[in-house]
Write a protein that binds this ligand. Sequence first.
Ligand code: ZN
Length: 439
Amino acid sequence: MWMFRSRVKPKPTLYGFLVENLIFGGVLGFTFMIFLWQIYLYYRQRKKNQATKQMPKEFNNIMDAETFKKCQHYQQDKINFSLCSTLYSAIEEMLILVLGGIPFLWGVVGSLTAVFGFGPEYEILHSLLFLNFLTTFTTLTRLSWRLYETFVIKQRHGINHQTLAIFLREALKKYILNQCLLLPVALLLHIIKIGGDNFFIYAWFLLFIVSLVYLSLYTAYNYYIAPFVGNSPSLPDGDLKKDIEAMAKSVDFPLSDSFTVKGKWNCVASARCSFLSETLPQVEGQRYNDSEILAGMGHELGHWKLYHTLTDFVINQTSSFLRFFFFSRMIGCRELFSAFGFTKTQPTVIGLFIIFQFIFAPFNELLSFFRTVLSRRFEFQADAIAREMGKESGLHTALVKHNNYKLDFLVDDWLYCMYHRSHPPLLERLRALANAKQD
Ligand SMILES: [Zn+2]
């Protein structure tokens, strides 16, 4: 680790401190600060949940006292669980940093590839294997926490709707998909090496193409494959289908067909419009009547009409471009590598990992907060569109049913809500729906 750095060459300093130590200390400090912030927010939410003894009056006509109590008990368990998992993640990250886990793993993978005759000149192979080990480790640790959450906590409160086989199959699918996404990383590393001063433009463009391909494949899968492998017959002709088609037409949504997917509703856009397409999901599990399904459709079509999907896409691309631009200005800084224990070599993948994960952490945190705030605003706007379509009462009952199904928080601490909630709390949505406008 950094304690064993060579002291032969003079190293740059700032205010008498080694720059590499300042970088490392800054990263550790920020990680710890975010951890304290998270704990503080959970503490506030936990206190709010415990302090709420009576069901707020606004819920009187839409919820019984027993469901309210169930929500509170579940949320109490959920916060305790989140506190433990946050504590674990923070300790894990700090230990990896302080004990030099990253250079250690890089070294282990290097020895392994050398055994098979691939020396340091095979940096891309070395990098892919490194990422494979790293993602496997994080997948396994996260999976154990999710298993506990799903099959112990949710199970205890009767809201686990998955079998272990389905859970593991989904996790395996996600893992395989993530490993496939490592392939473009090989290309990315190559581009960074040969792209010259403006490599950030080519690197961003590569990721832009990859996201377009991914979205196209996703849409094509939903359109051509999912309905046939998932026992998803087309929606039978009738009033519901006619109403869905009319609603889609009113906002120029390129609806091709409507399918029923094991109790879910899915309407899939034409593959022609792949990157603008939107899957229109409907609620799982609970039976919804036609007016509630139409209200849900109205809400999703509201996202479409107001270009929310496209806005998300543009935000993603812009932040990706900015990240690559700043990355290109930082990758030459040797102190960034030596701060994390890479004193002799500066592998590109390590530069990517350090800069994107640790150096950009404050930016990532701010962006995530901004997107959470924006997402809540989008939800209100989509609700307003459903309301304009005359689906207010259906949306009202659908939201209550959905909330009861998930036993979601009913009374939030305002700071916790502002930071964590991508969707506004039920009460705020119902109020906004009743007050006509919220944009
Ligand atoms: Zn929405």
